[in-house]
Design a binder for this molecule. Structure first.
Ligand code: SF4
Length: 333
């Protein structure tokens, strides 16, 4: 592995570029630990442009730890619907409850205590400590990982233990003692705006430090798992202006969806659509089921169509309902 670039000139080039090119992001306008925690949870696996409207609405609905800790899981899932990876929403609420119960409502400053919060790992803890408290700590997320791998011409897959260790080591070597928040933001923006999937090496402010022989081939990653294709069967049952829904116990735990049906009925589905989930490509097949007047089971409920706006529904099921009933309220995303 190549050594880290010379620290002082590297930082100088990076920061001088950042002064003219920084992104104006809503969570950059504050050092409030709650706002930064929310943004960091939302940004995991999600593009900045998709996060901004959710972040703004979330901060309006749950402006601080106390408001989020007092909200029900259903309210929180509803506010998150459309962003995906719902464990993040449940963890964020659990973190707010932990701040209220273990820390008297004040976000802890101690790094170990931050890492103890539900859903917070090394990256998120360091990001909050650097952006909220300006602590001199390295951070490595997708943009920074790609940039550093190219700077070093790292020939180890970055999603292995040794690849991750190499990136964190060089990030720690480069981070300054003072103004780490600005430096880390600059590194992130350079990775996002210049050293992206298609790197713009001609305009890169740190190209003189970059060892990448073939940037497009970096970063290396382990071989991807093959996409698996499967079909999930659900039923649509209507009683007047009401529709039967079932509360999910697994992938979308706590959210409401069309009831599962297994085995699928022999007739054609009323609705077919596709959605991705991790390395799966899932076909959602929805079958019309006659209302035989039986009682809903313990995890099922009848909802009026007009109520659906306020019910947390996973996007594929909300889209299916909107296709079957064009007047169904759509997700806000
Ligand atoms: S020179 Fe190209 S590959 Fe190297 S850091 Fe800059 S944009 Fe990335």
């Amino acid at each position: 592995m190549n050594p880290a670039p010379p620290v002082i000139p590297f930082r100088r080039s990076l920061l001088s570029w950042y002064r003219k090119n920084s992104r104006d992001l809503p969570w950059r306008r504050t050092t409030d630990s709650y706002a930064i925690l929310v943004s960091e949870f939302m940004l995991q696996q999600t593009q900045v442009s998709a996060v901004i409207p959710y972040y703004n609405e979330w901060m309006r609905r749950f402006p601080g730890f106390a408001a989020l800790a007092a909200a029900s899981e259903q309210q929180v899932l509803h506010a998150w619907q459309g962003l995906g990876y719902y464990a993040r929403a449940r963890n964020l609420r659990a973190a707010a409850i932990a701040v209220r119960e273990k820390h008297g409502g004040n976000f802890p400053r101690d790094l170990d205590a931050i890492r103890d919060l539900p859903g917070v790992g090394r990256y998120t803890a360091n990001a909050i400590a650097t952006f909220a408290f300006n602590r001199s700590l390295p951070i490595v997320e997708a943009n920074i990982g790609r940039l550093l791998a190219r700077l070093l011409d790292l020939q180890i897959p970055i999603d292995t233990a040794s690849g991750r260790a190499a990136l964190w080591d060089v990030a720690a070597e480069l981070v300054p003692k003072h103004a780490a928040s600005t430096y880390n933001s600059a590194l992130m923006d350079l990775g996002a705006l210049v050293c992206g999937v298609r790197p713009k090496c001609a305009i890169c402010p740190v190209k003189h430090f970059c060892r990448a022989a073939d940037p497009l081939m970096l970063p290396l990653k382990k071989a991807r798992r093959d996409t698996k294709f499967c079909t999930e069967h659900h039923s649509f049952t209507r009683r007047g202006n009401r529709v039967l829904l079932e509360q999910s116990q697994d992938r979308w735990r706590g959210m409401w969806m069309l009831p599962r049906c297994a085995p699928p009925p022999p007739h054609k589905p009323l609705h077919l659509s596709e959605f991705p989930f991790t390395h799966h490509r899932i076909t959602l097949a929805v079958y019309l089921r006659d209302d035989a007047g039986e009682k809903a089971s313990s995890n099922q409920r009848w909802f009026f169509l007009r109520e659906l706006e306020g019910v947390p529904l996973p996007s594929p099921h909300r889209r299916a309902l909107a296709a079957i009933f064009p007047t169904t309220p759509r997700a806000s995303s």
